[in-house]
Design a protein around this ligand. Structure first.
Ligand code: D6G
Length: 762
C-alpha cells in the first residue's frame, strides 16, 4: 500500500501552480460560490446537489476557456496541417474528472469542495454520461480526441449532437427494457452553441446539367447548428474542439403550408427536419438501412466539409493573413479520417464541392479527395457493412449518386485495363452491387476514395487484405485509459481487486461477493430490435436466478448481471476485475478495446487468438495469457470442411446436459420452451461455431482456477501484462496515424513555447 500523504504533503501538492496562473483552493472556492450565485442563481439554503455539481463544473470549465481560445488562435496564426476525425459516434462518458486530471486540478478541487462541506465524488456522480456511442468504435473516437490533444495535434472531432444517446438499459423481470437517454435534460455545462457557424444542408431535389455547370436544385434545407466541446490535452495547455451538429429547421420550413394558412402545421412539422439529430441508432456492428440514418450521415458530412473549407480558406487572426482562393493545396493542410464507412459521403461530397462549386476538373478533384481522405475499417462481419439501396440514394442525394456512378465507372475501367477479361473481379470490386435491389457498397467507396486504409488490429488487417483489396493497409488500435491520466497500476502486494469490486457490486445487487471464489459478471446490451440478443440476456438472468439460489452451489459461485453498462460503469468494473473473458471465435472480433483496458488495469485474460488478443499475447508473452481455441486458419478450415455442432453435443456429456437443461426449461420453469430458439441456433445454425471451442475453453478455465490459488504466480503474470501493455496506448496509435497517414509530427512537449509566448487574447 502506498503511504498516505501527510497533510503538509497534501497542501504542497495542492498549491502546485497551474500552468496558466496560480491555482489555489481559495480561488476555487470563490469561483464556485460565484457560479452558484450568478450562474445557477442559488444560495446555499436552496441549492441542490445538482446545483453544486454545475457550480463545480463551471468552475473547472473556466480553467479551459483561456487555453481553448489560445490554442485555436495559435492554429489560425501558425496554420498547421489539421486533422478532422469524422465519426457518427463519440462515446465521451463524463467530462468533469477527465478535465480536472488533465488540468492538474483534481487535488485542489477536492480540497475546495471538502472545505465547502461537500463531497466531490458525490458531485461527480451527478454528471450524465455523454453516451453518444454504442461501444468500441465510439469510445475509440473519444480516446483518439484525447490523444490528439495530448500530442499537440491541431485536431477536430466532428459528429452529431444526438439529443438522445445510447438508451438506458433496465432489467425488468429478467428482460432488457430500454429507456430514453435524456442526457441534456438539465443542460450540458461543457458545450458552447455556436449559432454564428450555422450551415445549410440540402436534401432531395434534382440535378440540372447546364452549360454553366451542374446544379442541384429544388432541395429541402435543414440547418446544422454547431455545439463546441473543449478537448483538453494531458497537462500541455492544448485545448482542441469537438464540434457536434444539431439539426434546426429554417424559419421558412414548409413555406408552402404557411401560404395556404397551415401555420400551426408548418411549425409542428419543423420537428421532421429536427429529428435528424434526435437519436443515436443503437446498433453496434449492424446495418439497419433506414433513410433517417442516411440523412444523419450526410448531415454531419455536409456541415463539416463546409466548415473545413471555410477554415482552410481563411485565417482570422495573426499577422500573416492567409486567404486561399482554391482548394488545390487542401491535402497539404487537411487530413480527413473516416471512422468506419458512416461518414463515407465525405468522398462524394468533397468531389461535389470541387466539381460544382470550385469548378475543378474531375482528375484534379479526385486527386485532392484521395490525398485528403483516409478510412478506418472496424469490422468484416457482413451484417455490419453499409450497403445503401440506390433508390434511396437517388431520392435523397441525386447528385451524389451521379458522382458515385462516375467514380465507379473510372474505377472499373482501371481494373478492366489491369485484369482484362476478369469479369468476376469487376463484379467483386464494383461500388455498385447488382441483385434484386442495386446497392452502393460504402466500404468499397471508402477504399477507392482514400489514400490509406487501416483496421483496428493486426489480425484484422490481414483478414481485410485477404478479403478486400488495397494498396496500403495499416492496422493499429489503441485505447486511452477511461479515466485519463497515468495508468492505474494495482497495488502489487494486494494481488487481486475483488474487495474493491465487491464494494461496487454489493451496492448494485443483493449479494455480498467479496468472500466468494467465483463471481461471473455479465454486462451485455442488445440492440432494441435484436431478438436473439435479448433472449441471451434473458438466459443470463435466468441462469443467475437458479444458480444464485441453489443450495448445492451455495456461496461457491454467483452469476451477476450488471445493467446499463456505460463508460462510467466500465471505469468501476475494469480496475476491479481479476479475469477478462475475450472469447470471440477467431476472425470475428476486429480488435476489442475492453481487452486492453483490463490488461492495463491488472486483470488477466482468458481469450482466443482474435483481435488485439493476438498482440497482447505477443507483448506480454503468450504464457502470461490464458489462450485457448481455434486460430483463424482452423476456423477457415472448418468453414471448408463443415462444422457439425451435433457432433460436439453428442460427444460431450456436460455440454449435452447444459443444452438439454436450457432447452427443457430447467432455467425457465414457468415457460419451458423459452430458450429453445437459442439452443436451436447453437445446434443448427451457429455461424460462430462456439461448440468447436467449448472443450478448450473449459480446460483453460481449469488452468485459470488452479493458478488463481497461487497468488505469487498470478501476480507475476499480472506484472508481465501491465509491463507489456504500452503498445495499446492510444497515444502510440495516434502518433502512428499522424506519421504514417496524416503526414504530421506529434509532440509530447509539455508546455509548448507558443503557449508561453502568446499574448492573452482576453
Ligand atoms: C471553439 C473555440 C473558440 C473558437 C471557435 C471557432 O469554439 O475559441 O473561436 O471554436 O473556431 P473555428 O471554427 O473558427 O476554428
Amino acid at each position: 500500500m502506498p503511504k498516505p500523504l501527510t497533510d503538509q504533503e497534501k497542501r504542497k501538492q495542492i498549491s502546485v501552480r497551474g500552468l496558466a496562473g496560480v491555482e489555489n483552493v481559495s480561488d476555487l472556492k470563490t469561483n464556485f460560490n460565484r457560479h452558484l450565485h450568478f450562474t445557477l442563481v442559488k444560495d446555499r439554503n436552496v441549492a441542490t446537489k445538482r446545483d453544486y455539481y454545475f457550480a463545480l463544473a463551471n468552475t473547472v470549465r473556466d480553467h479551459l476557456v483561456g487555453r481553448w481560445i489560445r490554442t485555436q488562435q495559435h492554429y489560425y496564426e501558425k496554420d498547421p496541417k489539421r486533422v478532422y476525425y469524422l465519426s457518427l459516434e463519440f462515446y465521451m462518458g463524463r467530462t468533469l474528472q477527465n478535465t480536472m486530471v488533465n488540468l492538474a486540478l483534481e487535488n485542489a478541487c477536492d480540497e475546495a469542495t471538502y472545505q465547502l462541506g461537500l463531497d466531490m465524488e458525490e458531485l461527480q456522480d451527478i454528471e450524465e454520461d455523454a453516451g453518444l456511442g454504442n461501444g468500441g468504435l465510439g469510445r475509440l473516437a473519444a480516446c483518439f480526441l484525447d490523444s490528439m490533444a495530448s500530442l499537440g495535434l491541431a485536431a477536430y472531432g466532428y459528429g452529431i449532437r444526438y439529443e438522445f444517446g445510447i438508451f438506458n438499459q433496465k432489467i425488468v423481470n429478467g428482460w432488457q427494457v430500454e429507456e430514453a437517454d435524456d442526457w441534456l435534460r438539465y443542460g450540458n455545462p461543457w458545450e458552447k452553441a455556436r449559432p454564428e457557424y450555422m450551415r445549410p444542408v440540402h436534401f432531395y431535389g434534382r440535378v440540372e446539367h447546364t452549360p454553366e455547370g451542374v446544379k442541384w436544385v429544388d432541395t429541402q434545407v435543414v440547418l446544422a447548428l454547431p455545439y463546441d466541446t473543449p478537448v483538453p490535452g494531458y497537462r500541455n495547455n492544448v485545448v482542441n474542439t469537438m464540434r457536434l451538429w444539431s439539426a434546426k429547421a429554417p424559419c421558412d420550413f414548409n413555406l408552402k403550408d404557411f401560404n395556404v394558412g397551415g401555420y400551426i402545421q408548418a411549425v409542428l412539422d419543423r420537428n421532421l427536419a429536427e429529428n435528424i439529430s434526435r437519436v443515436l441508432y443503437p446498433n453496434d456492428n449492424f446495418f439497419e438501412g433506414k433513410e433517417l440514418r442516411l440523412k444523419q450521415e450526410y448531415f454531419v458530412v455536409a456541415a463539416t466539409l463546409q466548415d473545413i473549407v471555410r477554415r482552410f480558406k481563411s485565417s482570422k487572426f495573426g499577422s500573416t493573413e492567409v486567404v486561399r482562393v482554391d482548394l488545390s493545396t487542401l491535402p497539404d493542410k487537411v487530413a480527413i479520417q473516416l471512422n468506419d464507412t458512416h461518414p463515407a459521403l465525405a468522398i462524394p461530397e468533397l468531389m461535389r464541392i470541387l466539381l460544382d462549386t470550385e469548378h475543378q476538373t474531375w482528375e484534379k478533384a479526385w486527386d485532392i479527395v484521395t490525398r485528403t481522405c483516409a478510412y478506418t475499417n472496424h469490422t468484416v462481419l457482413p451484417e455490419a457493412l453499409e450497403r445503401w439501396p440506390i433508390d434511396l440514394f437517388q431520392n435523397l442525394l441525386p447528385r451524389h449518386l451521379e458522382i458515385i456512378f462516375e467514380i465507379n465507372r473510372r474505377h472499373l475501367e482501371r481494373i478492366a485495363n489491369l485484369y482484362p477479361g476478369d469479369h468476376d473481379r469487376l463484379r467483386r470490386m464494383s461500388l455498385v452491387e447488382e441483385g434484386d435491389q442495386k446497392k452502393i457498397n460504402m466500404a468499397h467507396l471508402c477504399i477507392v476514395g482514400s489514400h490509406a486504409v487501416n483496421g483496428v488490429a493486426r489480425i484484422h488487417s490481414d483478414i481485410i487484405k485477404a478479403t478486400l483489396y488495397k494498396k496500403k493497409l495499416l492496422f493499429y488500435f489503441g485505447v486511452r485509459l477511461l479515466r485519463g491520466g497515468p495508468p492505474q497500476v494495482p497495488e502489487q502486494d494486494q494481488w487481486h481487486h475483488t474487495a474493491t469490486l465487491a464494494g461496487h457490486v454489493q451496492s448494485w445487487t443483493d449479494f455480498g461477493i467479496h468472500v466468494l471464489p467465483y463471481v461471473f459478471l455479465h454486462f451485455p446490451q442488445a440492440a432494441p430490435g435484436y431478438h436473439t440478443a435479448k433472449l441471451i440476456i434473458r438466459l443470463i438472468t435466468a441462469v443467475g436466478d437458479i444458480v444464485n439460489h441453489d443450495e448445492v452451489v451455495g456461496d461457491r459461485l454467483k452469476v451477476i448481471f450488471l445493467e446499463n453498462y456505460k463508460v462510467t460503469l466500465a471505469e468501476k468494473i475494469i480496475p476491479a476485475s481479476d479475469l477478462s473473458e475475450q472469447i470471440s471465435t477467431a476472425g470475428t472480433e476486429a480488435s476489442g478495446t475492453g481487452n486492453m483496458k483490463f490488461m492495463l488495469n491488472g486483470a488477466l485474460t482468458i481469450g482466443t487468438m482474435d483481435g488485439a488478443n493476438v498482440e497482447m499475447a505477443e507483448e506480454a508473452g503468450e504464457e502470461n495469457l490464458f489462450i485457448f481455441g481455434m486460430r483463424v486458419d482452423d476456423v477457415d478450415a472448418m468453414d471448408k470442411n463443415g462444422y457439425d455442432a451435433m457432433e460436439y453435443y453428442n460427444r460431450i456429456p456436460e455440454l449435452k446436459l447444459a443444452m438439454d437443461q436450457i432447452a427443457g426449461g430447467y432455467f425457465s420453469p414457468d415457460q419451458h420452451d423459452l430458450f429453445k430458439d437459442i439452443v436451436n441456433m447453437l445446434l443448427h445454425h451457429d455461424r460462430f461455431k462456439v461448440f468447436a471451442d467449448y472443450e478448450a475453453y473449459i480446460k483453460c478455465q481449469d488452468k485459470v482456477s488452479a493458478l488463481y490459488k497461487n497468488p505469487k504466480e498470478w501476480t507475476k503474470m499480472v506484472i508481465h501484462n501491465i509491463a507489456g501493455c504500452g503498445k495499446f496506448s492510444s497515444d502510440r496509435t495516434i502518433s502512428q496515424y499522424a506519421r504514417e497517414i496524416w503526414g504530421m509530427e506529434p509532440s509530447l512537449e509539455r508546455i509548448p513555447k507558443w503557449f508561453r509566448n502568446l499574448k492573452s487574447p482576453l
